[in-house]
Design a protein around this ligand. Structure first.
Ligand code: IPE
Ligand code: IPE
Ligand code: MG
Length: 251
């Protein structure tokens, strides 16, 4: 008989394992401000931000949270200075290459959502390699939103569905929420239960517009590079105190 995987063992006592979010989404914001506060170039904040994400991914996995989605680069982030955009693309590529073995060892299934066609070819190849290699891993589903925009995602779904209708493959009456979701990048993944945004900004900046319909939102003033396990614990405690009504009233 194979031993049960050692999960849930490290969950803090005050959290209820049965009521943890099944999918956490994070808007990793504040890297630039973190660097500026230290008199460093913005890119140093992005570099530190990678360490934060690695730790959060491991923590989710250890605590039995089955899905984590991180916003790494928005469709609007192309508007940043060229050196910063270039640095980020190179950073993503390098981190993917360096972390693949570790992700295999930790049973992480990585996927990317967004319009990947606009990314540099070498990054795209690294993405494809990582997705193909980890596709059967079941430890945690880790989704990275890169060149992602919620509006862009909805428009591309509309186009795909309109094409089906035009070709007579579906009738207008077939278009409902269930069908629509199947044409989003996130098809097959449950919607996030908890959205965390760091750096105090009270907005969703074009992230998962459809999928966040009923997510609990948690905003912390902490900047992303400083977001640690204690902060995550606080976010989960706050989540467990929420009353999720989904538009209904308590019986
Ligand atoms: C988030 O940090 C990382 C990305 C958007 C890539 P920022 O770079 O937005 O940091 P601030 O908001 O300028 O501090
Ligand atoms: C959102 O952060 C995008 C990512 C974290 C990748 P931004 O820093 O781009 O968002 P705004 O500009 O503050 O809305
Ligand atoms: Mg920002």
């Amino acid at each position: 008989m194979t031993a049960e995987p050692l999960v849930h063992s490290l969950i803090p006592d005050d959290l209820e394992a049965s009521r943890l979010p099944q999918h956490v989404a994070v808007i990793m914001d504040g890297n630039g401000r973190w660097a500026r506060q230290r008199g460093l170039p913005r890119i140093m904040g992005h570099r530190r931000g990678v360490d934060t994400l690695k730790k959060l991914l491991r923590c989710c996995r250890d605590w039995g949270i089955p899905a984590l989605t991180a916003y790494a680069f928005s469709t609007e982030n192309w508007g940043r200075p060229l050196e910063e955009v270039d640095f980020l693309m190179t950073l993503f590529e390098r981190v993917l290459r360096q972390e693949l073995a570790e992700m295999m060892a930790e049973d992480v299934c990585i996927r990317f959502v967004g319009d990947l066609t606009a990314l540099p070819r070498s990054l795209r190849e690294e993405i494809e390699r990582a997705m193909a290699k980890t596709v059967d891993n079941r430890g945690i589903r880790f989704t990275v939103a890169t060149n992602y925009g919620g509006r862009q995602e909805i428009v591309q779904a509309c186009r795909a569905i309109a094409a089906l209708a035009q070709e007579g493959k579906i009738a207008l009456d077939d278009i409902d929420e269930t069908l629509f979701q199947q044409y989003l990048y996130t098809a097959g993944t449950a919607d996030p239960d908890l959205l965390i945004r760091t750096s105090g900004e009270m907005r969703i900046s074009n992230f998962l517009l459809w999928q966040l319909a009923y997510a609990e939102i948690y905003v912390t003033n902490t900047l992303w590079p400083d977001f640690d396990q204690t902060e995550f614990h606080q976010a989960l405690s706050a989540y467990q105190r929420r009353d999720r009504r989904f538009g209904k009233v308590q019986p």
